[in-house]
Write a protein that binds this ligand. Structure first.
Ligand code: MG
Length: 256
């Protein structure tokens, strides 16, 4: 970190301390996927690899049409099974059937390419570690409310070295949409009131609206890579940070 950047960081921390004293916020509860880390990029890359792998053995396949069908099947499976990784089995079976690749089980035999999503570490978003460091240095306790299985969550946290930031990791049930209950569990886990919590996430419904339903007043929304996450009505007073997780503290201080 340059001298200039270090001064800027320390200034941010002291202003964050003032903000903390003024608002009474003591805990930061953040979503994980596509908030401080770029999980969507892994999904997009693996889906692309899957399309290429199928096209390599079926040269007559229209790749764009196939990719569109994959996304459509994914959306439909998501509606039924939410983020449960088991849904991919149905997605590949449907694609085999739809494109008459069933005899060769061409998509089914390449399921592991899609499942590599859960074995590929996502990248940390620009400035996200500094943001988490600043929260911690300013004396805020941090937890994550994530919508994913425990083993995949642990893989991401360990690989990216994020464990040290999170005092509590709350897992929302994977076979249904993330809702207010997981945010309420997060608040309860820290033994504070919801008014003492800052909630952060990229999904309007699953994070921001859900956190407000759990009583969390202070909210930050970072617009998502997933179109579906950007649908819905933001609760009043939500601070929007279009630049992403790395700019949260700046926007928080500005808005105060
Ligand atoms: Mg998310």
């Amino acid at each position: 970190m340059s001298f200039e950047r270090a001064c800027e960081y320390l200034d941010q921390v002291s202003r964050l301390r003032e903000w903390k004293a003024k608002t009474g916020v003591r805990v930061v509860l953040t979503d994980l996927d596509d908030s401080p880390i770029s999980t969507a990029a892994v999904f997009i890359a693996q889906k692309q690899k899957f399309v290429e792998a199928v096209a390599a053995v079926v040269p007559i396949l229209n790749k764009d049409e196939f990719a569109a069908a994959l996304n459509k099947e994914d959306q439909e499976a998501h509606t039924r099974w939410s983020v449960d990784p088991g849904r991919w089995q149905t997605v590949v079976e449907n694609l085999d059937r739809k494109f008459s690749l069933d005899g060769g089980r061409i998509c089914r035999n390449r399921l592991s390419i899609i499942e590599d999503i859960y074995r590929t570490p996502p990248e940390i978003k620009e400035g996200a570690l500094t943001t988490l460091d600043a929260f911690k240095t300013a004396g805020l306790r941090i937890g994550t409310v994530t919508h994913a299985k425990e083993d995949w969550t642990n893989f991401k946290l360990r690989f990216l070295g994020l464990n040290k930031y999170f005092e509590h990791v709350i897992l929302a049930q994977i076979d249904k949409p993330k809702d207010w209950e997981s945010w309420a569990v997060g608040v309860e886990r820290f033994g504070v009131g919801p008014e003492e919590v800052l909630g952060i996430g990229d999904s309007i419904e699953g994070d921001i609206v859900a956190a407000r339903q759990a009583g969390i007043r202070h909210l930050i929304w970072v617009p998502s890579t997933w179109r579906v996450n950007n649908l819905g009505q933001l609760p009043e007073g939500t601070i929007v940070v279009p630049e992403g997780f790395g700019k949260i503290i700046e926007r928080l201080i500005e808005a105060a």
